[in-house]
Ligand binder design. Structure first.
Ligand code: HEM
Length: 196
């Protein structure tokens, strides 16, 4: 999978890396994390710092080693990481936010997803002024919400995992589906979350 296309993105927040290491350790064990970190020359020997930034290619490299080690294909690993990351990120950020009106404290899937752009671009921008967050096209109806994801990062399966993790976190009877438009000139994915 090519993470970075023609427009090169050179940074990703450290929290995405620290959360990834936590994911590997919790889901596959400390030995697997250790194994991965020994496979390449990672910044600070893999001791990432949440407040720093790193090259997204480093994350892809770690996923490739994890895939080789576990025999799980890359898209499934992105999904699993996204699923894990939702609960972890919400929990970490809820601890540092005082403002209970923030979208991070939304208490159901439709409200949370509807305000994803506000959460990334208004709230998280305050902490990470130069981060390049994804912008979603979002449409909410009574019984479903659709989300269009388009980013040079092309993390479709990660987004699917995050949305699935969100449904799991709020424990609601909802169904998620994804379609990917793979046209190289216009790659995007569409997600639909429907009430059962
Ligand atoms: C359903 C929930 C979420 C979705 C679908 C989502 C999606 C994404 C995606 C796809 C990226 C990678 C950037 C890109 O593709 O252009 C990203 C980055 C990021 N997201 Fe979210 N996210 C979700 C929830 C959260 C939560 C709950 C937090 C923390 C409270 C969070 C914090 C971040 C941060 C810090 C980055 C890194 C940006 C950077 O370093 O450039 N996200 N998100």
């Amino acid at each position: 999978m090519r993470l970075i296309s023609n427009k090169k993105r050179v940074i990703l927040r450290g929290v995405i890396f620290t959360t990834f290491n936590e994911f590997v350790e919790n889901e596959f064990g400390y030995e697997t994390l250790d194994y991965i970190l020994l496979q390449g020359e990672f910044p600070n020997d893999g001791g990432f710092c949440a407040g720093e930034t790193y090259n997204p290619a480093v994350l892809v490299e770690m996923l490739q080693h994890l895939s080789a080690k576990t025999d799980i294909e890359m898209n499934s690993l992105w999904y699993k990481y996204g699923f894990y990351a939702f609960t972890s990120l919400v929990t970490q950020f809820r601890e540092i936010y005082d403002d209970k009106e923030s979208p991070i404290f939304n208490d159901n899937v439709f409200d949370f997803v509807e305000q994803l752009n506000i959460m990334h671009f208004t709230e998280l921008k305050k902490i990470y002024p130069n981060a390049q967050f994804p912008r979603f096209g979002i449409e909410r109806e009574d019984d479903q919400i659709t989300l269009i994801y388009s980013s040079e990062m092309k993390l479709h399966h990660f987004v699917k995992g995050l949305l699935s993790g969100c449904i799991h976190f709020f424990d609601e009877p909802l169904e998620l589906s994804m379609t990917i438009n793979d046209d190289p000139q216009n790659t995007f994915s569409k997600f639909t979350i429907k009430r059962r």
